[in-house]
Ligand binder design. Structure first.
Ligand SMILES: [Mg+2]
Length: 259
């Protein structure tokens, strides 16, 4: 994903449009699970198998709620719950290898991975408008790639922040925007940045970064709880592409808003 960053300038800044102006038309940071796609619990199943294989303890004895958490956070909470010490880097790398092997298998179980309603059309719409589209996800980067590929969504994202960048999801939006800035040479205004996510933790991470949040009801949070968190925008799903693009203020280059 990072390696495709060189495409970003081409895609997000139409010829003749200054980068600052282009960024005012919107920057979009998508969560993966429950927002872009469903995976039928493949990640949780893969983690359970991997953890057991890695240290001999079945983590489902002490289930940790995974929704909206980063992979690093899930690992630390699980280790705490089973009373195991935090592993050294080499041990952690071994766990990651085992996890990814399981994930590659589990995600391919028929009927598990699929994009959620409207997601493909929405991404097409954002790309047609040459707007920067990135990821802010709790998944470690290779896990994110495996999941997105299984849903046919690989190669849709030019930058992002991942569960291996930070344990605290609240720190991920600034990481993603730093990467965008490095490649783009300009910084978006917080009010032009949207996080799109399905949990209270997505709402929280957008707030922590001072950017906007579109909460969607397609994932792992109670609808009432999500709406009560007063996101900038709440939609039950992303299926009405024209409406979503309008509500996000995602405009074509010619319709770019003024300062
Ligand atoms: Mg999610």
């Amino acid at each position: 994903m990072e390696s495709r960053a060189s495409d970003l300038g081409d895609r997000s800044a139409p010829e003749g449009e200054p980068h600052e102006t282009a960024l005012r038309r919107g920057v979009f940071l998508f969560d993966i699970d429950g927002t872009l796609m469903r995976s039928g619990g493949a990640g949780a199943i893969a983690f359970r198998h991997a953890f057991r294989e890695w240290c001999g303890i079945d983590p489902s004895r002490v289930p940790v709620s995974m929704a909206g958490r980063t992979d690093l956070e899930i690992l630390r909470l699980t280790l705490d719950a089973v009373g195991a010490p935090y592993p050294r880097p080499a041990d952690r790398r071994r766990l990651v290898r085992i996890y990814l092997d399981h994930l590659r298998r589990e995600i391919l179980v028929p009927e598990r991975a699929a994009p959620l309603p409207g997601v493909v059309a929405l991404l097409d719409g954002l790309h047609a408008r040459r707007l920067p589209v990135g990821l802010v996800t709790g998944n470690i980067q290779p896990g994110a790639t495996i999941k997105l590929a299984a849903a046919g969504l690989a190669d849709r994202f030019d930058f992002g922040a991942f569960g291996n960048d930070r344990e605290d999801r609240d720190e991920l939006v600034p990481v993603a925007l730093r990467r965008l800035r490095r490649r783009h040479g300009a910084e978006p205004r917080p009010r032009d940045v949207w996080v799109v996510g399905d949990t209270l933790r997505d709402v929280q991470c957008a707030r922590a970064a001072g950017v906007r949040i579109l909460a969607v009801g397609t994932g792992f949070e109670d609808q009432l709880a999500l709406e009560s968190a007063r996101p900038d925008l709440y939609l039950t799903d992303l299926s009405d592409t024209a409406r979503v693009l309008r509500r996000l203020g995602a405009t074509m280059a010619a319709e770019a808003p003024g300062p």
